[in-house]
Design a protein around this ligand. Structure first.
Ligand code: ZN
Length: 347
């Protein structure tokens, strides 16, 4: 079995993926047509998902997806489609970020309607493809603290078994984690788990510390600059904080060039520490990747030994927001499958 097939076959979680960035192109085209949404000028639909290194262009695509999602059924169909892709990539459990406020302001659809449509998609995908899914309503950190707080209020006013915690995403530069301390405090008081994008875009390690200590995060998304702060790094190792990393992270693709790319990349450096990292696809169709490729990239891009994937699978289980009894079952069942597959992989 080659590496690509192995990475597809091994059981795994995905803990860092954004809903609007995960909607397959064919689904976007169908939704746009269904709702009469005009697409930007293009010769080939693939251009709409052209990766580029231009953050504005990615944002434009994400907003287009938002505009195309109008009804609970649209949300259901989009979630179902992306979960099918993830199941094809061997994901058995996936937590997905989504920004409810984008859908209020761009799509004019309220929290309850969107979350219930998404949950219908998760449940149908679980029944059909065996992939379990959970949702993470996420704060758009470029918006105001008041809107972030309002989003958490909506999440606690409409509790669902599938909405297990909150996150925070979009551009970290100029929008440090402390901006949303109040929204996170409310989430913590109401029993929601917490994670945040921090230490991305070269932003200071202090943001990772703030996310842990002020916001009460249990996981960190990205977190690369933790490497700049030895004491904090040691603490994260000791406390077994799970870092959800993204091998296709475009910030480092833009800023690190040349042959040494893989060696100097913070993901390669993190893999040399005791940090609990696990790879994710982030915005899979936009990055032209999927969760299986994200695992393969740890070997092909960063030169890590195939055997390290076993640890990443375990870290993904450790970081999942499910009961400890579920994790125990997964550890025994998934690792048995993993070990059987590992015996057949070419190294
Ligand atoms: Zn992300």
């Amino acid at each position: 079995m080659n590496l690509a097939d192995f990475c597809r076959a091994i059981p795994k979680t995905e803990l860092h993926v954004h809903f609007t960035g995960a909607v397959p192109l064919e689904t976007l085209l169908a939704l746009a047509e269904r709702n009469g949404i005009e697409l930007p000028p293009h010769d080939d639909p693939e251009e709409l998902y052209a990766r580029g290194e231009n953050f504005d262009r990615v944002l434009r695509t994400l907003k287009l997806v938002c505009r195309s999602l109008r009804t609970p059924d649209d949300f259901r169909d989009a979630v179902y489609a992306t979960q099918r892709h993830a199941a094809d990539a061997g994901v058995r459990y996936r937590e997905m970020f989504w920004n409810p406020t984008d859908h209020w302001t761009i799509g004019d659809i309220g929290y309850a309607a969107s979350v219930d449509g998404m949950i219908a998609g998760l449940r149908d995908a679980e029944a059909d493809f065996g992939i379990a899914g959970r949702l993470i309503p996420s704060i758009d950190r470029e918006s105001s603290p008041e809107l972030g707080y309002e989003m958490v209020e909506a999440a606690v006013a409409h509790p669902r078994d599938e909405t297990v915690g909150i996150g925070m995403d979009y551009m970290e530069t100029g929008h440090p984690p402390e901006k949303f301390w109040k929204a996170y405090r409310l989430a913590g008081e109401r029993g929601l788990k917490r994670t945040a994008h921090a230490g991305e875009f070269g932003e200071p390690a202090r943001n990772v510390e703030t996310a842990l200590d002020l916001l009460g995060c249990e996981r960190i998304d990205h977190g690369y600059t933790v490497l700049d702060a030895p004491d904090l790094l040691k603490r994260c190792e000791d406390e077994a904080i799970v870092f959800t990393i993204v091998p296709t992270n475009s910030y480092y693709n833009r800023t690190l060039k040349g042959q040494d790319f893989a060696k100097v990349h913070p993901i390669a450096a993190m893999a040399r520490t005791q940090l609990k990292i696990m790879p994710n696809s982030d915005d899979p169709p936009l990055h032209h990747t999927d969760p299986a490729n994200a695992h393969a990239a740890m070997v092909t891009t960063f030169g890590l030994p195939v055997d390290m994937l076993r640890g990443f699978v375990l870290n993904g289980i450790d970081g999942a927001w499910v009961d400890e009894s579920v994790k125990r079952t997964w550890r025994s069942e998934w690792l048995a499958d993993y070990d059987r597959l590992a015996a057949a992989v070419e190294k």
